[in-house]
Design a protein around this ligand. Structure first.
Ligand code: SF4
Length: 260
């Protein structure tokens, strides 16, 4: 399947980068290495995102990263913030960054909000917290909320002309976490893109027209009065629409249930 996807990325034409990310891609090390090798051979730039759980010491981390150095990956990202763990996890990310530097691999620390003090010297990329997936369930209680009618656009994804998609282990192609535009087990990636008509898509169409507010109105979904952000509202509406659109609002694991 990996071969087929990478091959097909070449046919699509304007794909530049392939990222291997999680979950945690180092849990599938041989498969990840194979995928990187194939992607590089096809001429793609390659990035890897990890939480660095394997970087117990700098010496260990160097051994884990040597194959990535040998394959000349273009970017190596380590996730660190308070949602990815505290002292031990920070030390592991630091070990990973030091090891990458020693091997001459460009590394970036990704964090939702501020990353740990110890990592502040590193090149880092900070994003805001989006209340979708588990964050929409576990973190919303502490957030300030706004009336649902204010969320009239999707603030983060270019749904009309996506600049990136995620392909999960079950083959679903996501334009945003839990919004699938097809499955590579059933149709090739290039055909999925060819068939993509965002404005006619039953979930993406309303989101383009008027954000989560339009999506809720289109299907007469009665949600709460207030939400933490557009993603929190979007996620709640989608949870209520899952029975109607089981193949689009998938897989179940994206909605906090067992993998199916
Ligand atoms: S969860 Fe909804 S509103 Fe948030 S980025 Fe995704 S599609 Fe846009």
């Amino acid at each position: 399947m990996l071969d087929k996807i990478i091959e097909d990325c070449g046919k699509i034409g304007d794909i530049e980068w392939i990222y291997f990310e999680g979950g945690e891609p180092f849990l599938y090390l041989p498969i990840m290495i194979y995928g990187i090798e194939r992607s590089k051979k096809r001429g793609f730039k390659v990035g890897v995102v990890s939480n660095g759980y394997w970087a117990v010491t700098v010496e260990d981390a160097i051994e884990w990263l040597k194959p990535l150095r040998d394959l000349e990956i273009n970017e190596f990202c380590l996730s660190n913030d308070e949602y990815h763990g505290l002292k031990e996890e920070v030390d592991r990310v630091r070990n990973g960054v030091i090891a990458a530097k020693k091997l001459g691999i460009k590394s970036v620390v990704l964090s939702v909000g501020k990353c740990a003090e110890k990592l502040l010297g590193q090149y880092r990329y900070e994003t805001v917290l989006m209340y979708r997936g588990r964050a929409a369930i576990k973190l919303v209680d502490k957030a300030e909320k706004k009336p649902w009618a204010e969320f009239k656009e999707c603030p983060y994804e270019n749904l009309e002309d996506p600049e990136r998609v995620h392909i999960d282990p079950l083959g679903y192609v996501h334009v945003c976490q839990g919004i699938s535009i097809g499955n590579v087990e059933r149709m090739s990636l290039s055909k999925i893109f060819e068939a993509y008509k965002p404005k006619k898509h039953p979930i993406i169409g309303p989101l383009i027209e008027g954000g989560p507010a339009r999506l809720a109105e289109s299907y007469k979904i009665k949600g709460d009065e207030f939400y933490a952000d557009a993603c929190h509202f979007c996620y709640d509406v989608r949870c209520k629409l899952r029975e109607k659109f089981p193949d689009i609002l998938a897989p179940t694991i994206m909605y906090g249930e067992g993998e199916k």
